[in-house]
Design a protein around this ligand. Sequence first.
Ligand SMILES: [Fe+2]
Ligand SMILES: [Fe+2]
Length: 345
Amino acid sequence: MKICCPHCGKEYTIKKETLKGYSGTVSIPCPNCKEKILLHPGAAGTEEADRASGHDMQAKGKAPATGDALKQRIFKTLKDLPPMPQVVQKARKVLSDPNSSFGDLAKVIESDQGIVTRVLKMANSPYYGLSGNVSSVKHASVVLGTKTLMELLNLACSSEILGQTLEGYDLAAGDLWMHSLAVANGSQLIARRVNPSLEQDAFSAGLIHDVGKIILDPYILERKAEFQTFVKERSDTFLEAEKVILGFDHAELASEVCERWQIPRHIVLAIRYHHDPTPSDNDMLSYIVHLADAAAIMSGIGAGFDGMLYTIHGDALSRLRLKEDDLFDIMGEIACYVDKTTQQA
Ligand SMILES: [Fe+2]
Ligand SMILES: [Fe+2]
């Protein structure tokens, strides 16, 4: 690689390996004029930076896609992702029918044996207080009520997809699952305080608010060095890195995917604005999920990279008419919920 002394103009050739492992600024004395030549091994144009930023791929004609082009690529591969289980959609329909019974809901759930097993496992967890006593979905629906059963159904359907390792986000297996449980429960608790009619939707929105991370993870992993450099050097959030490097963030992507999955519109809106509810037109559910997300991250539950420099929207507490003490109470409750829900009966 050629370098040129900015003081005397003398040119030198140095081996790229000499700078391997260096980042930031490196200073070497010019053999001719003895002034300092400043080198930036991590700057654009050097091999290290090129590899990190994907410029080497561009040189080979394989520029990593960003913005709409990347979104289109992602949508094409969506068929490989497990869709929202039909059983949840069917169960929602049953619940919205005033003539339906406990038995009708149980019948829908029982149509999927894998889900039945997971529903029963959770119904028997210490949190739901029925340890070892719930042996059938119908029994669970009678003892727990249809609302709680629906909550368990949502949990059972999402545990597999949310439980995986996300290497791009530095989340170990189960981290995102615990974070999602925390945000689901936190959203439900906040809704109970500010607008109880939103409790169920708050739980559902909180549970899947970060589903965009599962979709984006392989694309982040592809350019992980670039993300790490961005966050470290700019002291900025990981969310900002998504926007700058990929052209959109996981919240935006998730809302578009959830629309395709025909998730109800108000839940899609809360997912879209969970990091910044300002453009949501005062949507209460968006503020609720945002605050629950912040509470989970402040409690250190499954944040990974995304938790770095997380900012709570300045108005979130006042818009929901909550005080800081409420937030601390919620943080305590969600930690307890996550602990008990993930304990085996
Ligand atoms: Fe998020
Ligand atoms: Fe989150």
